[in-house]
Ligand binder design. Sequence first.
Ligand code: B12
Length: 219
Amino acid sequence: MIDSAAPHSASLTAMLEALLAVDRVRAGRIVKDSCIPGSPVTCVETLIVPALEEIGRCWEDGTVALSQVYMSGRICEEIVDVMLPAGDPQRKGQPKLAIAVFEDHHTLGKRIVFSVLRAGGYEITDYGHGVMADDLVHMVLRDDPQILLISTLMLPSALRAKEAIARIRNELPKTKVIVGGAPFNFDPSLWQEVGADAMGRTATETLEIVNLFAREMGQ
Ligand code: B12
């Protein structure tokens, strides 16, 4: 299916050039010019996420520097901050949701998922980033969320999330766990290996999963 709200690939090339040149003004203008107003999520998922993924690939093959990766992430964070609304004032009170970046500090994906869920009407407790297993288990047992979202961008962290999820399940067997981030996108069966109930490849997919679980919970 062709997404008519998606920016053209020329915009993606221009966006990559602007980010690698650390030109935040140009990057902001490209986003403004190539995205249809009122479709911020489509814009994020078809322009900003692919641009960052491509930059990640270039870093892997040694053609861009880590500083460029870092600055691209920062510029995109600033742009996304402006684009994604704080959400509907008539928020859905239930189910109780919480989100964390497990162990690592790749914050952008969590920020986008958080914003999209809020824009979808959900209230979410943000446990922040760099959250270690003991702290996560402690906060989850304290708050008893019905749905826990775990973001992790590094494979070793994703693998260690398995133990934290098992500890949470032991105490709170009804809590639904949704995972997401690069390792889960790279390996489509990893979410099952770590004992999650679902994984979301994108923020919109995550909203669909949360809606589904909410319906199953009768909310
Ligand atoms: C930008 C970036 C950085 C920035 C982060 C800036 C920031 N504030 O976030 C900086 C430069 C700081 C950085 C540092 C490092 N990085 Co880095 N980084 C990236 C990069 C290029 C893009 C990540 C990103 O922001 N993508 C855009 C966001 C929007 O996408 P996303 O996070 O995937 O999120 C989307 C979906 O995955 C999903 N999602 C995300 N979270 C969740 C959660 C749930 C519950 C759900 C349902 C869905 C969901 O929805 C989001 C929106 O669509 C990736 C490459 C890649 N392919 O991901 C490497 C990458 C993640 N980094 C990597 C590495 C190795 C590192 C470092 C260790 C490098 C170093 N030697 O220092 C450090 C570690 C930092 C740390 N301790 O956390 C590796 C990890 C490899 C691995 N196998 O584990 C990657 C994959 C690059 C690579 N190909 O090698 N990085």
